[in-house]
Every structure is written in structure tokens, then in C-alpha cells.
Design a protein around this ligand. Structure first.
Ligand SMILES: C[S@@+](CC[C@H](N)C(=O)[O-])C[C@H]1O[C@@H](n2cnc3c(N)ncnc32)[C@H](O)[C@@H]1O
Length: 214
């Protein structure tokens, strides 16, 4: 309904105003540090899915990455584009789109902080497969999955995972961070919230070199 959409948009706008200045997520920093250790001074191409007001996108740009920032809310992209701290000449592309509907190019990193689980269950697994498929060999995913004890439980539009389901999604990847946390906090929009999270950084293996002919 139009009034529901307007309320949701207003609520996200409030979220962006409260979070855009916050520091980048730990999962992103961890992934970028791994790239830097492997290939110093050679930033790559990242997508930031559900970029919000841009706290992670800005960090990627500052570290010299090219970024495709995607968010379903027009006000997220407007907030990001209006930031006074966008580095001059930043290689930033933006899309107002649901991530499930957004074509992904070949990427070195897919970052999705507190956003990927906002894909509803019928679309979540296909979205995850698309993420893995678009990563170059040696590419990484950084972000969060939500666990089944999160207070979002019962919402049909949000995907919650049991630990074994989260682990299964990562099979075949090199798991560099898998941190399960639970805590009670108050959200940036002032609501009490129980978080059950899996903080993930995972790397897609390099393809094996061609086998020598016998
Ligand atoms: C909790 S915020 C996180 C924002 C930012 N990544 C951060 O860490 O602060 C989730 C963001 O995902 C966006 N979002 C929700 N569902 C989405 C979807 N299916 N596709 C793209 N963006 C989505 C929301 O509009 C919101 O900006």
C-alpha cells in the first residue's frame, strides 16, 4: 500500500541520517585487509548490496576501490550521492534496485552489511548463488546472515538461518571469518532488538591450474 511504502521510506531515511557517519563494518575492514595483504596497493571492484547511507561504500572508495552501490530505497542512494566526504573522482556507480533484481558484473568483493537477509526466503538462495557466481577467483563476500533467534523471527520478508544452514551456504568457500553473536540492543531508530547474527567473510578459491598432460 502506498502509505506503507511512504512509512517504510521515512523510516529508512531516519536510519540513514543516524548511521551514515558511522565507521565501516568490521567484516568489510577484515575483507579489505585480506586483499591488501594478498595484493598490496591493488584495489578491485566491489558491490555494496543494501548500501544504505554509504558507511561501507565510502570506506571502499577511500581505499581506492571501484564500487557499485545498490539499494532498494531511492533515499539511500540520494544520501550516498549527497555526502560531502565522497572522495574526488570516486569510481562510484549506483543503482536504485532490489538486489534480487540487479544484474551483477564480475566482482572482487560483494559486501552486504545487515542487508542480504532482507531478501525474502523464496529469493534468498538464488541471490546467494548469484553472489558466488559473480565473484572472480580469489574474490570475497563480507557481511551478515541473520540467525533463527533474531527478533525478526516470524517476518515473512526476512531470511533467518540456523547455524547449519549458514555453514552449508559457505561450503566450497574458504571461510575466513565465521562469528556468531547474540545481543540485545536498541536500534538506530530507537527500538529494542535481539540480534542473532553470523558475521561472515568468505573467499572463493582460485581456480586450479590446468593439469599437466601425462
Ligand atoms: C539495515 S540497512 C544496512 C545499511 C548499510 N549496509 C549499513 O551497514 O549500515 C539495510 C539496507 O538494505 C536496503 N534493502 C533492504 N532490502 C533490500 C533489497 N532487497 N535490495 C536492496 N536493498 C535492500 C534498505 O533499503 C537499507 O538501506
Amino acid at each position: 500500500m502506498a502509505s506503507d511504502d511512504a512509512a517504510r521510506s521515512a523510516s529508512w531515511k531516519e536510519y540513514y541520517a543516524k548511521t551514515e557517519e558511522r565507521p565501516p563494518r568490521e567484516t568489510l575492514i577484515f575483507a579489505l585487509d585480506r586483499f591488501e595483504a594478498e595484493r598490496p596497493g591493488k584495489p578491485g571492484f566491489a558491490a555494496d548490496l543494501g548500501c544504505g547511507g554509504g558507511r561501507d561504500t565510502i570506506h571502499l572508495l577511500r581505499r581506492g576501490w571501484r564500487v557499485l552501490a545498490v539499494d532498494a530505497e531511492a533515499s539511500a542512494i540520494e544520501t550516498l550521492r549527497a555526502r560531502g566526504d565522497l572522495p574526488p573522482g570516486a569510481a562510484l556507480e549506483t543503482r536504485i534496485a532490489r538486489m534480487e533484481d540487479c544484474a551483477l558484473p564480475e566482482l572482487d568483493l560483494v559486501n552486504s552489511s545487515f542487508a542480504l537477509p532482507l531478501c525474502p526466503p523464496p529469493k534468498f538462495h538464488a541471490m546467494w548463488e548469484r553472489i558466488i557466481a559473480c565473484l572472480r577467483p580469489g574474490g570475497r563476500f563480507s557481511g551478515q546472515f541473520f540467525g533463527e533467534r533474531d527478533s525478526f523471527a516470524g517476518r515473512a520478508d526476512i531470511t533467518l538461518l540456523h547455524r547449519h544452514e549458514a555453514e552449508a551456504l559457505l561450503s566450497g568457500l574458504q571461510v575466513e571469518m565465521f562469528r556468531e553473536t547474540e545481543e540485545d540492543t536498541v536500534t538506530p531508530r530507537g527500538k529494542p532488538k535481539h540480534w542473532h547474527l553470523f558475521h561472515i567473510v568468505a573467499r572463493k578459491a582460485e581456480s586450479l591450474p590446468p593439469r599437466a598432460k601425462a
